[in-house]
Design a protein around this ligand. Structure first.
Ligand SMILES: Nc1nc2c(ncn2[C@@H]2O[C@H](COP(=O)(O)OP(=O)(O)O)[C@@H](O)[C@H]2O)c(=O)[nH]1
Ligand SMILES: [Mg+2]
Length: 470
């Protein structure tokens, strides 16, 4: 532990020195982190952001685009050779083909460098020529941020919490019943270990599909090339003291290995370098899944945002070394499912989620904001006659059957507490309304030259995240 911390400091110091030495000669770089739980909309967001920064016709709220300060935008090789490149071209092709489809799921970290040629405004205008600003966009699963909580826990503490949580969740009772018949002090038997890990993972997967957000350890759901490796072959067990060579002792060791070899390197190598962050949240999906899912989302978001308060955690303070994320945007995605007359209510819900996390501690000076966006707008708005009077709906092409449909998801309350309070109190269903979600397919586009992809408030999000540096 001590050795690790000294090593951290040495690398940091060396990096710090080289940063200052090269800074006056190199172009400014903004590292923009894009995160959110799986299916929150990260891939679509990055694809649309990049497309709309290259063709800026739909970005009036991004000042540097509206006033012409951005001359050009182009992709360049990214600085990190060992991180997969974000597959921008492939994702854009799927969204813009004659019969557009949503991009396939991604389950790992990826990166893309977009470089902008910007003409400085204000006092410097006319004195200096255009300068280059690099935006390194880093896409990583929000599930990995939830793993931060594991660092403070022993195997016994984590096991206890995981078993408690499993009891009320899909598939959880099965795992708890299975583990009740297991004696963790017996000698390790690898096939038995694998069965336990598989059954625990199956429970996490079921819970995730039912709309629960916090299904850590994050790599159990998104294993990538670690699938089947010992570092993922453990599961929560009862008890606290296990003899040498026992199942319990080995799971304890693997849990520690997971923290040391997976969680810590991600924070050190990727997270600690981020300057600006957007956290995408599928609020509508969670409301649709019901009060328990919304309450779990609330808890998960508070924990995710906890990672942006380095002072709170000794490990984080050490790797950040006084650096901090400067801006954090908390965005409800897929706002095109709602008529704009309901966007303020959606924004109020994300604001309430953010405020709650902020109330517990501030973000060490980081500027925060909440908004609702659609990275890719798939619907048009309409008002239809309904038996109770006119109804504001959205119309789009359904993913399941390709048919056009008008859709009304339910009326979100003006006061977010009307959703958050029953969720917290443990209600099982929403009392006053049903909230539905439809899956719309991306609309076929007719793009005018100079226009990026249609969106809702993506320009406002870009202005908050990047505007001051362009
Ligand atoms: N209507 C609509 N759906 C979206 C939008 N962004 C994402 N989605 C939906 O959410 C799914 C997951 O998005 P994706 O970007 O792959 O999520 P990721 O797992 O966070 O990368 C997509 O397949 C779409 O069905 C949006 O702006 N509007
Ligand atoms: Mg993705």
């Amino acid at each position: 532990m001590v050795i690790a911390s000294i090593a951290d400091q040495i690398t940091r110091t060396v990096e710090g020195v080289s940063d200052t030495l090269t800074a006056p000669f190199s172009d400014p770089v903004i590292r923009l982190g894009v995160t959110g739980l799986s299916r929150a909309g990260k891939t679509v967001f990055i694809t649309s952001l990049v497309a709309n920064l290259m063709d800026r016709g739909r970005m009036p709220q991004l000042e540097a685009a509206a006033n012409g300060a951005i001359h050009t935008a182009y992709l360049q090789p990214q600085p990190d050779d060992t991180v997969p490149r974000f597959r921008y071209e492939a994702h854009l092709d799927s969204l813009t083909s004659a019969t557009p489809v949503w991009p396939g799921g991604t389950r790992h970290i990826s990166e893309l460098r977009l470089s902008l040629k910007v003409q400085p405004g204000g006092l410097l205008a006319g004195i200096t020529g255009p300068r280059t600003v690099h935006i390194d966009i880093v896409d990583y699963p929000g599930e990995w941020l939830l793993d931060l909580g594991l660092l403070d826990q022993s195997f016994a503490e984590w096991s206890q919490a995981a078993l408690d949580r499993a009891k009320g969740r899909p598939g959880g009772a099965d795992y708890v019943a299975l583990v009740a018949g297991v004696d963790p002090t017996v000698k390790l038997d690898e096939p038995e270990a694998q069965v336990l890990a598989e059954r625990f993972t199956a429970h996490l997967q079921e819970a995730r599909e039912a709309g629960f957000s916090d299904c850590s350890p994050g790599r159990f759901l998104l294993p990538g090339d670690l699938a089947g490796s010992p570092v993922l072959t453990f599961a929560p067990l009862p008890g606290a003291r296990y003899p040498r060579g026992s199942l319990g002792r080995e799971f304890e060791r693997r849990f520690d290995s997971y923290k040391r070899n997976i969680v810590q390197p991600f924070f050190r190598n990727h997270f600690a370098k981020i300057d600006r962050q957007i956290v995408l949240v599928d609020v509508l999906g969670a409301i649709h899944a019901g009060p328990a899912a919304l309450d779990d989302l609330r808890g998960a978001m508070a924990r995710i945002l906890g990672a942006f308060r380095p002072g709170r955690n000794a490990f984080l303070s050490r790797i950040f070394q006084g650096r901090r994320v400067e801006k954090i945007l908390f965005a409800a995605t897929k706002a095109d499912h709602l008529h704009h007359s309901q966007h303020p209510q959606l924004t109020a819900i994300v604001q309430a989620l953010l405020r709650e996390a902020k109330d517990r501690a501030d973000f060490a000076g980081a500027q925060t904001s909440a908004m609702s966006i659609a990275a890719l707008r798939t619907t048009v708005e309409e008002t239809v006659d309904h038996r109770d009077g006119p109804l504001d709906v959205v119309r789009g092409r359904l993913l399941d059957n390709d048919k056009q449909a008008a859709f009304y998801p339910g009326k979100l309350p003006d006061d977010p507490a009307h959703l958050l309070a029953p969720a917290r109190a443990g209600s099982e269903i929403w009392l006053d309304a049903d909230y539905s979600v439809m899956n719309f397919a991306p609309a076929a586009l007719i793009r005018r030259p100079g226009d990026g992809l249609p969106h809702i408030r993506l320009d406002k999000a870009a202005q908050f995240l990047l505007g001051d540096r362009l």
